[in-house]
Write a protein that binds this ligand. Structure first.
Ligand code: C2O
Length: 544
C-alpha cells in the first residue's frame, strides 16, 4: 500500500460553455476536477487550499472512512467548512474497497463544478472478477447552468420555487455536439476494433437522474457504487445523482463513430426539466471518412428511452444482484420506517414566495426538515460533548402514519425543522424502509448514506405492507450500494450493520431536495473494543 499526496486548490476559473464564458469554482483550474487513481489499501493525503470566496468542504463519496469519520467532508456534519484563504488536509485509508467512486464539494451547491472521479484499483496481486480491460474510461455525467450556481441556489432556497432548469447536461464537462457552440470540444474516446473497455460511469449531476447509452453497443454491467454485481447485459443504464455504474463495452461494431448519450429520467408529468441530450463520441481508429479528406462520418445517435420510461428503469434495477450469496443482516435490532419526500410550508408574506398557493417547498424525513448546526459540526459536538447542537429524538417511524401514496391531509404538508439525530448502538442490525410520499413528488429520490454500504432487499410501489412485502425480500443476493433510488409513489428497503462509529449523514442526493431539508443523521456509538471506537477528532479541523 502506498501513501499518495495531492494538492487541491479550490479557485475561480473562467470556463466557456454554450457560447459564453463564466467563472466557476474548480479544483486546480480543472473542470471536471482531477481524477484520483488509487489502489485498495492506499492512504490519501489531500491538502485542500481554498482560494475561492466561498466556504468549501470536500466529500469522498462512498469511501467508508473507517476510523476517520472526520475526514468524510459534509459541511457542519463532520467538520466546519474550509474558509477562504484557509486550508485543511484530509487523510484517510481505503480499506477493502475497489471500483468507481468520486469526490465532490459538500457545501451548498459547489459540487455543480467541484467534482472528480476516484478510481480504486484492486490491491497489488489481485484483480477484477472479469477479464482485465484494455482501456478504462471515467465518464462523469454532469449538469450545467449558464447562470451563477450560488444565485440559482439562493433562488431555490429563499424564493421556494422549483429550481432553475439547467441549460445542458455534460459528459466529462462537455455538453457535446447537440448544443450550440459545443461541437469542437465534444469528448472523443478512441478505441480499436476488438478492445474491451471498462467505462466507469458516474452521475455527478446536481439535480437530475440520467439515462446513459451508446449507439449500437451492448453494455455489460459489472459494478455499482464500487461494489461488484453479477454481470448482465443491457443497452441502457440509469443513474441517480451520486450513483456510479461500471460497464464493460466491447468495440465489436463496424469501425465508425458512435455517440454515447445521456439525458433526463424524470417521472414528473408537469414539473419543468431540462430535456436536452449530452453526447460524446466513441471513435474507432481506422474508421472510414466521409470522402472529404479528414472529415469523419457523422456519428450514429442512439435511441434513448422516453424521459418518463419507468418500465425501463424498473427492468434495469431489478437485474442488479450481488455476484453470489451474501450475508444480509437478519436479526434486525433497529426496524425503521422513514416517510420521505417533499412538502410545502407557508411563506412569510413576501414577494419571493413562488410555490403553489403562496407556499415554498420543504423536504423532510418523518416530517422533520433537517437544519445544519451553525457553531460547530455534529461530529465535534458529539465527541466534545458540546450541548445544544443537536437532539437525538429523530423519530424511528412517522409521527402520524397516513396513506403515503394517496391524498395527504394538508396538515401533514408542514414539517417541523430540527437538527435531529438517530442513535445506533455499535453493531445494530438496521432495516430502513424508505417510503416515498406523493405530496409533491416529481422524481425518484436517490437516498445516500455516508459511512456504510447497505443491501437493497426490496423495492415496490404503493404503501409498504410489512406483512406481504417482507416475505418477498431478497435475502440471498441483493445488491449493495451507497445510494438507493426510492421510486415515486413507492418504497425501497435497505439493511446494514452499523459498524462504523461516527456521525453519518443520510440524504437525498438531489441537491435541491437536500437544501429543502431532505436529510437526517445517524450517530453510531463506539463499540466495545479499541478498534471499534473513536477517540476525539483531530484538533486541526477547521473552525466554524
Ligand atoms: Cu455524494 Cu452527502 O454526498
Amino acid at each position: 500500500a502506498a501513501i499518495q499526496y495531492h494538492d487541491f486548490v479550490v479557485q475561480e476559473t473562467p470556463v466557456k460553455r454554450l457560447c459564453r464564458t463564466k467563472n466557476v469554482i474548480t479544483v486546480n483550474g480543472q473542470f471536471p476536477g482531477p481524477t484520483l487513481e488509487v489502489s485498495d489499501g492506499d492512504t490519501l493525503v489531500i491538502k485542500v487550499l481554498n482560494n475561492a470566496r466561498y466556504n468549501v468542504t470536500i466529500h469522498w463519496h462512498g469511501i467508508l472512512q473507517l476510523g476517520t469519520p472526520w475526514a468524510d467532508g459534509p459541511d457542519r456534519i463532520t467538520q466546519c467548512p474550509i474558509q477562504p484563504e484557509a486550508s485543511y488536509t484530509y487523510q484517510f485509508t481505503i480499506i477493502e474497497q475497489e471500483g468507481t467512486l468520486w469526490w465532490h464539494a459538500h457545501s451548498r451547491w459547489l459540487r455543480a463544478t467541484v467534482y472528480g472521479a476516484l478510481l480504486i484499483h484492486p490491491k497489488f496481486g489481485s484483480s477484477y472478477p472479469f477479464p482485465v480491460p484494455k482501456l478504462e474510461i471515467p465518464i462523469l455525467l454532469g449538469q450545467w447552468w449558464n447562470g451563477d450556481i450560488i444565485s440559482i441556489l439562493n433562488q431555490a432556497t429563499f424564493s421556494g420555487g422549483a429550481p432553475n432548469v439547467s441549460n445542458a447536461y455534460t459528459i466529462n464537462g462537455q455538453p457535446g455536439d447537440l448544443y450550440r457552440c459545443s461541437r469542437k470540444d465534444t469528448m472523443r474516446f478512441y478505441v480499436e476494433n476488438g478492445d474491451r473497455i471498462l467505462l466507469r460511469v458516474i452521475n455527478s449531476a446536481l439535480n437530475q437522474q440520467l439515462f446513459f447509452t451508446i449507439a449500437d453497443h451492448k453494455l455489460t454491467v459489472v459494478g455499482v457504487d464500487a461494489l461488484y454485481i453479477k454481470p448482465f447485459t443491457t443497452t441502457t443504464i440509469m443513474l441517480g445523482p451520486g450513483q456510479t455504474t461500471d460497464v464493460i463495452l466491447v468495440a465489436d461494431q463496424a469501425p465508425g463513430y458512435y455517440y454515447m448519450a445521456a439525458r433526463a429520467y424524470e417521472s414528473a408529468q408537469n414539473a419543468p426539466f431540462d430535456g436536452s441530450t449530452t453526447t460524446a463520441i466513441l471513435a474507432y481508429k481506422y474508421a472510414p471518412c466521409s470522402g472529404q479528406i479528414g472529415t469523419p462520418l457523422k456519428p450514429i445517435l442512439p435511441r434513448l428511452p422516453d424521459y418518463n420510461d419507468s418500465a425501463t428503469v424498473i427492468a434495469f434495477t431489478s437485474q442488479l444482484k450481488s455476484p453470489s450469496k451474501v450475508e444480509v443482516p437478519t436479526f434486525i435490532t433497529e426496524d425503521l420506517f422513514f416517510a420521505i419526500g417533499l412538502g410545502l410550508v407557508n411563506c412569510n408574506p413576501g414577494p419571493t414566495c413562488k410555490g403553489p398557493n403562496n407556499t415554498r417547498f420543504a423536504a423532510s424525513m418523518n416530517n422533520v426538515s433537517f437544519v445544519l448546526p451553525q457553531t460547530t459540526s455534529l461530529l465535534q459536538a458529539h465527541y466534545q460533548n458540546i450541548p445544544n447542537v443537536f437532539t437525538t429524538d429523530f423519530p424511528p417511524i412517522p409521527p402520524l402514519p397516513f396513506d403515503y401514496t394517496g391524498n395527504v391531509p394538508r396538515a401533514l404538508w408542514q414539517p417541523v425543522s430540527g437538527t435531529k439525530l438517530y442513535k445506533l448502538k455499535f453493531g445494530s442490525q438496521v432495516q430502513i424502509v424508505l417510503q416515498d410520499t406523493t405530496i409533491v413528488s416529481t422524481e425518484d429520490h436517490p437516498v445516500h448514506l455516508h459511512g456504510h454500504h447497505f443491501y437493497i432487499v426490496g423495492q415496490g410501489f404503493g404503501n409498504f405492507n410489512p406483512g406481504t412485502d417482507t416475505v418477498n425480500f431478497n435475502l440471498e443476493d441483493p445488491p449493495q450500494r451507497n445510494t438507493v433510488n426510492v421510486p415515486v409513489g413507492g418504497w425501497s428497503a435497505i439493511r446494514f450493520v452499523a459498524n462504523n462509529p461516527g456521525v453519518w449523514l443520510m440524504h437525498c442526493h438531489i441537491d435541491s431536495h437536500l437544501t429543502w431539508g431532505f436529510a437526517m443523521s445517524f450517530l453510531v456509538e463506539n463499540g466495545p473494543g479499541k478498534l471499534e471506537s473513536i477517540e476525539a477528532p483531530p484538533l486541526d479541523l477547521p473552525p466554524c
